[in-house]
Design a protein around this ligand. Structure first.
Ligand code: ZN
Length: 276
């Protein structure tokens, strides 16, 4: 073999080796890209517009207040009815979701489990801890507890330790005002401070986590208040009134679950959340 041919062959080997090396580094780079694609943070994903959020299919969100016998009002269910509701949801294949999951679905189109439902409780009643949470846990559900903070450690209401324990057990703690003053009256700074800023901070200290979700006292809000909540919460909840099309994320709908037979509840859920 003459020198020229030997050189040409060595050159070819080097080129082939380099190509192979480049190929393999490309493959691993490709995997790297693939990984970073799936790990993409929300900061890089374009959030849905209000109009896009407004037309997304709603998740049924149930709202409970009292769980006790002997009261006949729409804010109360008996312990037996509450358990029957949870059993019916589980038997029908519902999966409870957290406000974080609902938010990611509405804003970033994250996937939800099949037949999602959110189970929420207002006003910090002690039976939310003694009955609500254990019964939900029996059926594999997690709940959302909207705390009215003036009730801490008062008779018939949850203690701060119980609230912290719910949070530790994987339930979500939300905010429901300091003393149940209607949110439409939060206009000026001192009222806002007293009703949201200071009590929310205290609640965050109790559970050691941010409190990012709000349920309007009485489910009441107006256009101005709904827009204002963007400064304080990721997402806020009304009852089954009309959702605000300009700020749908601050007017997410819920329905009160009264002393109904489970089948009536399931039917009402479907009907209520198929309209706005
Ligand atoms: Zn309330």
């Amino acid at each position: 073999m003459n020198k020229k041919i030997r050189f040409a062959i060595s050159f070819l080997i080097v080129v082939l080796a380099l190509t192979a090396c480049n190929q393999s580094s490309k493959t691993s780079e490709g995997d790297g890209n693939h990984f970073s694609q799936t790990e993409k943070t929300n900061a890089e994903i374009q959030p849905n517009t209000a109009a896009e959020i407004y037309v997304k299919k709603q998740v049924p969100v149930l709202c409970y207040h009292r769980i006790e016998n002997g009261r006949n009002d729409e804010y109360t269910v008996s312990p037996a009815t509450f358990e029957a509701h949870m059993k019916a949801l589980a038997d029908s294949g519902y999966h409870s979701i957290s406000p974080d999951q609902y938010y990611e679905y509405l804003v970033y189109n994250a996937e939800l489990p099949e037949k999602p439902v959110m189970i929420t409780f207002d006003d910090s009643r002690v039976e939310h801890f003694t009955i609500g949470a254990p019964v939900m846990e029996k059926y594999g559900f997690k709940g959302v507890f909207f705390i009215m903070t003036i009730t801490y450690n008062k008779k018939n209401y949850m203690t701060t330790n119980q609230i912290a324990e719910l949070s530790k057990n994987g339930h979500t703690i939300g905010f429901h005002s300091w003393d149940h003053t209607q949110a439409i009256k939060y206009g000026n700074d001192s009222i806002l401070k007293k009703n949201i800023i200071e009590p929310r901070k205290k609640l965050e200290e109790i559970i050691g986590k941010p409190v990012e979700y709000f349920a309007y006292p009485y489910g009441l809000t107006d256009e101005r208040t709904t827009a204002q909540m963007n400064d304080y919460f990721k997402m806020s909840f009304i009852l089954s009134t009309k959702q605000d099309s300009i700020n749908p994320i601050q007017s997410v709908r819920r329905m009160i679950a009264p002393e109904w037979k489970p089948q009536s509840l399931l039917r009402a859920m479907e009907k209520t959340f198929s309209r706005r």
